[in-house]
Design a protein around this ligand. Structure first.
Ligand code: ZN
Length: 340
């Protein structure tokens, strides 16, 4: 009998630890050996000794936290490339979440566990698509694990945005979006929809967009949204962090029309709270049907849930004869869409 993953993967205060391999996955405090799924700050923490991740995730970490804090020794691993660490087989599969995002696949003495990190199943022009890996235990997030969360196709949301731009050509559409992943995906979706005007960006979004471009993601012409002369941005689509769309910064633009791009925009109340005039339901996380489909397709006997709305998911899995377990990992869900 292959050893059940619960006998060799343990939840510690630092995070999920692979005992025979001697490494942590997405540890929350500095450790000797860390495997990192993606660059969001609730998964990629500074100060580790050795860091193993895709080269894109390593580049994102260096950009965000500086070379000194992004790991003393950084080891890049390509998707599908296999490593053996103290008898543990390790490889990465695309998670479809943000550029460089990976699922960490582990096999020890014939038993297999997959730590998905954050993921989505929808196409995203800025990153490799999710790849399914069958396993005995699948470790999933549950950010949008409630039946209310059905994300519409992102292309339809972009079409709604462009209709609004045509309807209010003198106003400046200011879209609140997160700096890593969401901003670049929105830009790429706008380009796919034929929007080829330069896109002004709030300063906080520029560095990671430039890094995406350096890593080969085509985003077209991006310009700094330095606010001099309100008229300059009339009719433009401007991107800014969510915290800025209702602030003084945005009010200096020409008759700004605040938009917010997030899976949470499915909840009307959330959209109203922030003074958002045009909520756009665009998410980089799996919605409820995607979570259920993925948990079934990996054919795992057990699903472990890192963070989010685990109760609803465990209940729904139970009805399908799959055992669910909440890991209650602390520190997850603090960046991106997890919660605002
Ligand atoms: Zn994430």
């Amino acid at each position: 009998m292959p050893p059940h993953p619960k006998t060799w993967l343990s939840v510690t205060p630092a995070g999920l630890f692979c005992e025979p391999g001697g490494f942590y996955v997405d540890p929350q405090r500095p450790v000797d050996r860390a495997v990192i799924t993606h660059g969001h700050s609730d998964h990629a923490r500074p100060g580790h000794e050795r860091v193993l991740a895709t080269s894109e995730t390593l580049a994102i970490m260096r950009e965000r936290m500086g070379v000194e804090r992004a790991g003393q020794i950084q080891q890049p691993l390509r998707y599908g490339e296999v490593l053996h660490i103290n008898g543990v087989k390790l490889w990465l599969r695309p998670a479809g979440h943000v550029l460089g995002s990976a699922q960490v696949c582990l096999e020890w003495q014939g038993a297999r566990a997959v730590f998905s990190g954050d993921y989505k199943r929808r196409p995203d022009p800025t990153c490799a698509p999710f790849e399914l890996e069958r396993c005995d235990v699948f470790v999933t997030e549950a950010t949008f694990a409630l039946p209310v969360f059905h994300h519409p196709p992102a292309e339809l949301e972009i079409a709604r945005l462009l209709r609004s731009v045509r309807l209010f050509p003198e106003r400046t559409h200011v879209i609140g979006c997160y700096a890593l992943g969401k901003a670049q995906r929105l830009i790429a979706l706008l380009r796919q929809a034929g929007w080829d005007a330069p896109i002004p960006l709030h300063g906080a979004l520029m560095r990671l967009c430039r890094l995406y471009q350096e890593l080969g993601v085509d985003l077209g012409e991006l310009v700094p949204a330095t606010v001099q002369g309100r008229e300059k941005f009339a009719g433009a689509i401007v991107l800014a962090p969510p915290s800025e769309i209702g602030e003084r910064w945005a009010r200096r633009l020409n008759d700004p029309l605040p938009c917010l791009a997030s899976g949470w925009m499915r909840v009307r109340q959330r959209a109203r709270q922030g003074g958002v005039e045009l909520p756009l339901i665009v998410s980089d996380h799996a919605d409820w049907p995607e979570l259920l489909a993925t948990c079934a397709e990996v054919e795992a006997q057990e699903i472990w849930i890192t963070h989010g709305r685990e109760d609803a998911l465990i209940h729904a899995l139970g009805l399908r004869g799959i055992k669910g377990r909440a890991l209650h990992l602390i520190g997850m869900g603090e960046e991106g869409e997890e919660d605002e």
